[in-house]
Design a protein around this ligand. Structure first.
Ligand code: CA
Length: 326
């Protein structure tokens, strides 16, 4: 395990983002990670709803955003970009519900988002803790791209960037070839892959095989605590949405794999390749492209560490145990 990384989590909460927040909260409680802040972005849902969902989930896990409720870890939640850089905004309500949390209609959180925009929060915290922050991004990359535009020195200030997104030797999940996070803002994603910072990219090739099925979902549902009941209820909606794709009942908790690879990189298998995003293709806009030829890469971009697989059994067991710690 890597020594307690300081994570700034950028997300679009979202069911699998919510599961990831619970996993991160379990790491915080165990002293295995610090959660410096969260920022939200358009994607599964609008970023204000995503921020309120983030607060709801963190509060359920005993983490507050400040104020009177602060008793234990305090994590600010910032609202980020409401739309992509160069295209219209799209949400994924069929997969995540009209409230982003499987139509569970949870009450308002006690906390509120901070006033600072998510991209400014990234820059400020990177400046305050040079070389220490890990940026974990499991939504469209508009906030990270905007932060790069705000501060040209940002790449040298960040320890590592871990992104859930893309698809290489795996079909897309929003178009034939494109994965949703990248497709939602291809220009921002390409800015992130072009920057000179260490990136771990966790594409569908790695996340899709981690699908959990009835046995795992039943073990979660059998655990009678508020957090386990909440996780089981949002996953029920997600599993309904996933059944036609998986051809059996189950769910792919993509974002949690990226989070787990932050604290336990050895769980993954990787290749190192420069990555670009197709920005002009009529059928393939938003697709991630790597150069897999055996010749030395002509691409001068810094290679990205791309996860192409993981220890699925360990991922599933560890995620379940984390959810059962609350
Ligand atoms: Ca997400």
């Amino acid at each position: 395990m890597t020594k307690a990384p300081k994570i700034l989590y950028d997300c679009d909460t979202g069911i699998d983002d919510a599961m990831t927040l619970l996993y991160l909260a379990s790491l915080v409680q165990a002293g295995e990670a610090e959660l410096a802040a969260v920022g939200t972005v358009h994607g599964n849902i609008d970023p204000m709803t995503g921020a309120l969902n983030t607060l709801r989930v963190l509060e359920a896990a005993g983490i507050h955003s400040g104020g009177r409720e602060a008793d234990g870890p305090v994590v600010p939640v910032a609202v980020g970009a409401a739309r992509p850089m160069a295209q219209d905004v799209h949400y994924a309500l069929d997969w995540h519900g009209t409230d982003g949390l499987g139509d569970t209609r949870l009450p308002e959180p006690a906390g509120r988002p901070v006033a600072e925009p998510a991209a400014a929060q990234i820059v400020r915290l990177a400046r305050a803790m040079p070389g220490e922050l890990t940026l974990l991004a499991t939504g469209p990359l508009t906030n990270l791209g905007s932060a790069l535009l705000l501060d040209g020195e940002l790449p040298s200030l960040i320890r590592e960037v871990v992104v859930m997104g893309g698809a290489f030797d795996h079909p897309g999940n929003i178009t034939t070839h494109a994965e949703a996070n990248i497709w939602h803002d291809p220009e921002a994603a390409d800015l992130v892959f072009a920057a000179d910072w260490p990136i771990v990219l966790v594409p569908l090739d790695a996340t899709h095989p981690t699908a959990v099925h009835d046995d795992w979902l039943d073990r979660l549902a059998a655990h009678d605590t508020p957090v386990a009941r909440f996780a089981a209820s949002i996953l029920e909606f997600y599993a309904d949405a996933y059944t036609p794709t998986l051809k059996r009942r189950g769910a792919v908790i993509h974002d949690a794999l990226a989070a787990m690879l932050v604290v336990d990189p050895d769980l993954g298998e990787y290749v190192q390749r420069p990555v670009r995003v197709e920005l002009r293709g009529e059928l393939t806009r938003g697709t991630t492209v790597w150069d897999a030829r055996s010749l030395p890469a002509e691409d001068t971009r810094r290679p990205v560490k791309v996860a192409v697989g993981s220890d699925v059994a360990r991922f599933q067991e560890r995620l379940l145990s984390a959810l059962l710690t609350f």
